[in-house]
Design a protein around this ligand. Sequence first.
Ligand SMILES: Nc1ncnc2c1ncn2[C@@H]1O[C@H](COP(=O)(O)OP(=O)(O)O)[C@@H](O)[C@H]1O
Ligand SMILES: [Mg+2]
Length: 349
Amino acid sequence: MSCVSAGSILANLDRARFDPIAVGITADGAWVLGPEQADTLAKNGRVMPSVDPTAAPLTLTADPTRSGALVSLAAGSAGDVLANVDVVFPVLHGPFGEDGTIQGLLELAGLPYVGPGVLASAAGMDKEFTKKLMGAEGLPVGRQAVLRPGHGSLDEEDRARLGLPVFVKPARGGSSIGITQVTKWADLDAAIEHAREHDPKVIIEAAIIGREVECGVLEMPDGTVRASVIAEIKMPESNTTADGAFYDFDTKYLDDICEFDVPAKLDDDVTAQIQDLAVRAFRSLDCQGLSRVDFFVTADGPIINEINTMPGFTAISMYPKMWAKSGVAYQSLLSTMLDTALARGTGLR
Ligand SMILES: Nc1ncnc2c1ncn2[C@@H]1O[C@H](COP(=O)(O)OP(=O)(O)O)[C@@H](O)[C@H]1O
Ligand SMILES: [Mg+2]
């Protein structure tokens, strides 16, 4: 996923202003140069550019006196500086990318980067704290129960409080992986076990009935924060099971079968309310740069589902589409995000 987003960004970047160096991270966590062909692949459709584990190994030094140095780890040239970078676009989704860890490394290195900082990235990745922080600001979030590592199942009190159906999720997941909708309590433990394959901490949420919409938030270089037009994700019939519609990984990322309405057909006041909530959600976590805030529009108004601090940037991703419909074309969106990162600089802020 991250590779597809990165390829798309490389293909759309303003080359007159930016000279990108692609760095891939292998499944094992090793950093390598490339793939150089990523932008070409992205231009040719949704071919997944992959990271070549045999490509030149490198590392980013965390030493701020050598800020931005990409250092070779290749035998024979180990220690050579391959490039000096001014700003990083951490196009990484999920844990160890979108969760504050890489942001922490970039802070240590004294290197500006696109997107939210350590705290917002960590809080936005963790569904428990996303809801706790937003709830503390009075923002509308659903009911949840948290099962910490080693904590077996839901007690009677929580079952009564949440009611059926519930959504069982890895606390720090993404892309719908490990998520199960449970319609009878007999199925709960299997769903918890499934979620635990991805994260020892599990979140159980009351199901929310409503249309699914998303709103992009973008910070400008001068610090002002804008909300995009809203997108609605329409569930295809084939994805509707007896248990109810569910926007799963394949539908989201691999198939072209989901329909999107951009801008979503909503009353003007509901649109304004969602845009206002999106900006407040962004601020509640102390986000910076960008985020995508996802909602359910219920009969009682919008409820925030989650925030993505590094949303998808593929050719079919909502974030760049929503901005395009808001008058910010992909290339200028990328330039804005990089300019905001450079304007923000490094250090406590
Ligand atoms: N509480 C809920 N009520 C109803 N549907 C939900 C709920 N939580 C998740 N879903 C469905 O599951 C999808 C994935 O859940 P989400 O929390 O967005 O996880 P991820 O971080 O993996 O994207 C949502 O887009 C929605 O379709
Ligand atoms: Mg989601």
